[in-house]
Ligand binder design. Sequence first.
Ligand code: ADP
Length: 703
Amino acid sequence: MLATTRSSSSLTLVADAARLLATDGPISSRVDGVLNIMRRALGFHDGRVSRVAEGTGRSIREQWTITNGWDEPWVDDVLDAAVAARAPIRRIVRRRGSDALPEGLITHYCAPIAWDGQLWGAVEVRAAGGSAIGLVEQTSIAALVPLLAVALAGDAGNGSAAPVGELTGRQRNWLQSLRETMEAPLALTALLNQLLEWALEATGAEAGSISLVDHQRGELILQAHQGYGRDPLGFDSYGEPRRAWSWDHGIPGRAARTGRPLVVRDVGNLPDFQASNPAVRAELAVPIAHDGQALAVLVLDSARATAFAPREVAVITALCEAANQPLRRAVAYQESLESSTHLRQVFDNLPIGLALVDKHGRVLRHNGAWLSVWGLGASSGGEPFVLQLDLVERLLQRIPDPLAFTDFCTSGQHAPAEVKSLAVRLHAPHQDIHVLSVPTRDSLGQLTGRVWMVSDVTREREADRVKSEFISVVSHELRTPLTSILGYTELLLERQFAPAEQREFVQTVYDEASHLATIVEDLLGVTRLEAGTMRLNQWVVSTKQLINEVMSQIKIQLTNRHRLVVDIPAQIPPVYVDRDKVKQILFNLLTNAVKYSPAGGEVTLSIREPAALPPEHPPGSFLIVKVSDQGMGIPEVDSPHIWERFYRVDNSNTRRIGGTGLGLFIVKGLVELHGGRIWVTSAVGRGSVFTLTLPVATEFVRA
Ligand code: ADP
């Protein structure tokens, strides 16, 4: 706030002084007026402007003084020192006491009025106290120096009315708008556009621009422009309008590097002048500088070779000098705006749920992912959302242990400095959520609340489960056949057995080794299906022949407890399938039917040409294949999951039977690769029916 007031008062001062100096009337009254404005704005006791002639030594031609009733005589040593050094001097002196003012310290400040390489005079101010006339006042005085120089130069020492020219109504409006606009804090682009407009109006230049200076890259970055057309710097290689250019080129580049104003009149004399437009005859580049370093460069171009007379240069320079503080403020504001925008974009778009929570558990701010992780709709507008009340209440139906969750929500209040984490499991739909709650602190290190990071880890947990099941299944299913292979081969190596016995042992070793080979084959099948690298070798295949082949294969496995029924119509079209894969599908289903009906019963394989397919089935011509048994059946809760990798219905029967839980995953994958579908209907204790569809070889049928 302070910066705004100071910078705008400095601008107001320049505007007031410019208006006064540009009026008609004797130079003495105009300088007096300026001194009075300065005293009111800057609060010093007395002031003096001296016209100093150039030459050897000091030669004061004229002096104008204003006083606040002090009787302190002016001493010229500060003036002499400033003129000799061509630089402002600030000196603290002790004064004798008098009626008007008691004894004490006085600050005496003198700034030489030098312009365009020439010395015109000096302005001095004095104020009571050793700490008066600080940096702010000095900056304001520096901003006035170019105006005073123009007034003294225009007056040329003859005391007559200055040929500065009368202020037009437009100029008066200009000053008025300058004063008013600068009072309000401005966004960067608004400020620069406004400055440019003022500069164009004040000089009558036809075109102009303002660019920020990037000292690290040595570049000027165009921010505002007028009168050059739409995209004055052309386009970059991506077809985007170019905005930056190197400061190694042109008058603006030189002004940016040196921090000094430059003017070129009649550019025809300058061979390396790069005009943005062939009509340009004069160019003025004035830096808006701080501590001698250019923050921005204001460039004005004119078609008049004689444009930018000293008076105009002075006004533009004063304008740029006065704009230094507002510009720094606007740049800082812009930078903080940009970084807060970046931060907000990251916060809003992060796929992890984030919520800022105060000390009482109230959610101050959250992103979209936070709502979606919990499955909540947009929060009701403006209502405070409290973790331990609202969140728990909304999740009540889905959370198995609401008390533990409430405890976690409030735990931040008992131990505000601790980092906490919690794994939450939600039902319907099943969801695993991980919550990390980290304390937050303000810039003074005081605890302000917490930030909650919530992520849906259902998939990760599922992957963990699959991984551990894989390890347990593989270790169990591989170990069992391996143990028996090792046991029997050891026996065979140790002793001589009767030939019949020996053959039986070798047969067992062979069976167990084939079982191992099947498991390994299944594991490879799963990997290929998941990677999408499983390929089908599809041919027109006789359905009857295919079934016969499967039957002779499965018969070997059957004991006399099961009866195998095959139900195929006499006329059945051929299928268009990968023969080996379909045999694998049917063999798997039939083996399961036998395996999961340990008490025996009927196992049926039936094939039909359906009148209609189920509604959600893909269109086309398919045969329906059913494998049914009268076995243990599948509980309803398990039946959606039996198609998942490593999923096994867990009960004492299935544990005894053994298996990897890979068969149905592969079966489903292979059926779907053929364009078909598979589903199951089952009743516990009564049996299961697996139904699948296989594509009919339609071309063949028509032929
Ligand atoms: P595996 O038989 O190696 O365990 P599957 O993927 O072939 O693996 O079957 C998955 C699970 O589905 C089995 O563990 C079993 O619990 C159940 N299941 C499969 N077929 C049947 C069936 N015909 N009757 C009862 N349960 C079955």
